[in-house]
Design a protein around this ligand. Structure first.
Ligand code: PLP
Length: 459
């Protein structure tokens, strides 16, 4: 959540003259109005405010779903009043959550393990990361206490390309983040670098299936094999958590042979965002543990449920149930074939865009959409007269939101444009973007760099 400062402004809202808001009634912007207004006037005022936001269809910056079909919207409207924590009042919503956890667990091959995988919905991958991270910390502490060792200095190993939720987790739960820097030609965590950072205080290694920076997959199987070797040599048994915020709903459909999930015994938990490639509006995420043993009992709270008790593990209490219902709808509606069709289409468009970028100017694609349907593109080193920040800025003037940003520490000199291809980005739309990129590139070429380098994009 953004932190907003309060201030003393006495500004009033201005409205269209045709509105029937009584001239004498002032509508303050930053304090509660004294009087009421009609619902149509209130609706129109708020509607007009949010109209100024960017156009979701031209937003290639976000991983999060911006379109669902009418029937899904209708279900969401019908179920907006359900609080998913009230399991007793809404047992059927709880049942749909249970079915989703089962479906997702099987998608990630939990059924090939010990058979008692456990999971929950969350508000998104960030909450899921907090829960999975806590489970790692608690399990590590149990191990250390049993060995009579200090539990003072836990650390978590990951690449500097992690999403900010992992930095938050470390800061909020007092854990040393052991960040492996990216470098030219290596944009994410690799097995050897991960193992170098591990010691007896390592609560786990986070491997990302779908780096936020460029959409590339970290080699979970290689990291796992290297940790197996470490265990054989030094006796350190270090678990892996896979942050599959985006890839968790992509790889099972279009990279079925990639082994990254519970097929690897060392993978103890996985998170994903239902609201990204799970194709549901924000906010729903998922986290699944391979078995009950990976989830410490101490972290589980029981809520009353139909005269009994239901175990819960969450940071929030009240939370909308509608997105969970919408996730179940999407599973029924698309099935395996439908998800495969959607994700393959996105991948095709991403690859088309990577080619389009390279053909329309001095660009080099660092990722081409063959892992996540995401491309990261840089300007060729010989281009010195403009920057990707200017390209992003000019595209914005044409309505496109294509973020430009620098890569994480150690590679800050490398600035890229990133396009996330989501359900609904058609080849036609991609061609329009390519044509605008060409136009903008032609305009910028040869002009002296005039704008300051800035980015409005944050991870
Ligand atoms: C790899 C990764 N992890 C975690 C997150 C956070 O996900 P959410 O927005 O669902 O909290 C993101 C968001 O982009 C991500 O890309």
């Amino acid at each position: 959540m953004a932190l907003h400062e309060t201030h003393d402004s006495n500004d009033n809202l201005s409205s269209r003259p045709v509105f029937a808001i009584d001239d004498k009634v002032q509508v303050p912007k930053y304090s509660l109005p004294d009087g009421e207004m009609s619902q149509d006037a209130a609706y129109q005022l708020v509607h007009d405010e949010v109209m100024l936001d960017g156009n979701a269809r031209l937003n290639t910056a976000t991983f999060v779903t911006t379109w669902m079909e009418q029937e899904a919207r209708q279900l969401i409207n019908e179920t907006l009043d359900k609080n998913m924590i009230d399991k007793d009042e809404y047992p059927q919503t709880a049942e749909l959550e249970r079915r989703c956890v089962n479906i997702i667990g099987r998608l990630w091959h939990a059924d090939e393990g010990s058979g008692n995988a456990t999971g929950t919905s969350t508000i998104g991958s960030s909450e899921a990361a907090m829960l999975a991270g806590m489970a790692l910390k608690w399990k590590w502490r149990e191990r250390m206490k049993a060995a009579g060792k200090s539990t003072e200095r836990p650390n978590l190993v990951m690449g500097t390309n992690v999403q900010v939720c992992w930095e938050k987790f470390c800061r909020y739960w007092d854990i040393e983040p052991r960040m492996v820097p990216v470098e030219e030609g290596r944009m994410h965590l690799t097995a050897d670098k991960a193992v170098e950072q591990c010691d007896e205080n390592t609560i786990g290694v986070v491997a990302i299936l779908g780096s936020t920076f460029d959409g590339s997959y970290e080699p979970v199987d290689e990291i796992s094999a290297a940790l197996d070797e470490l265990q054989a040599e030094q006796g350190l048994d270090i678990p892996i958590h896979v942050d599959a915020a985006s890839g968790g709903f992509v790889a099972p459909f279009i990279q079925e042979d990639l082994v990254w999930d519970f097929r690897l015994p060392r993978v103890k938990s996985i998170n994903s965002s239902g609201h990204k490639y799970g194709l549901v509006y924000p906010g729903v995420g998922w986290v699944v543990w391979r078995n009950k043993e990976s989830l410490p009992e101490e972290l589980i709270f029981k809520v009353n449920y139909l005269g009994g008790e239901m175990p819960t593990f969450a940071i929030n209490f009240s939370r909308p149930g509608a997105q969970i219902i919408a996730q179940y709808y999407m599973f029924l509606r698309l099935g395996r074939d439908g998800y495969k069709r959607v994700q393959s289409a996105c991948q095709g468009v991403a690859m088309h865009l990577a080619d389009g970028f390279e053909k329309s100017g001095p660009y080099e694609a660092l990722t081409r959409g063959d892992e996540l349907p995401v491309i990261a593109v840089r300007l060729k080193p010989e281009v010195t007269d403009f920057t990707v920040f200017e390209v992003s800025h000019e595209l914005r003037a044409l309505g496109w939101l294509v973020p430009a940003y620098t890569m994480p520490p150690n590679l800050e000199e490398l600035a890229v444009l990133r396009v996330v291809v989501r359900n609904g980005m058609t080849t036609d739309l991609a061609d329009m973007l390519i044509s605008d990129i060409k136009k903008v590139t032609d305009e910028l070429s040869g002009q002296p760099a005039s704008r300051t380098r800035h980015s409005s994009f944050h991870h």
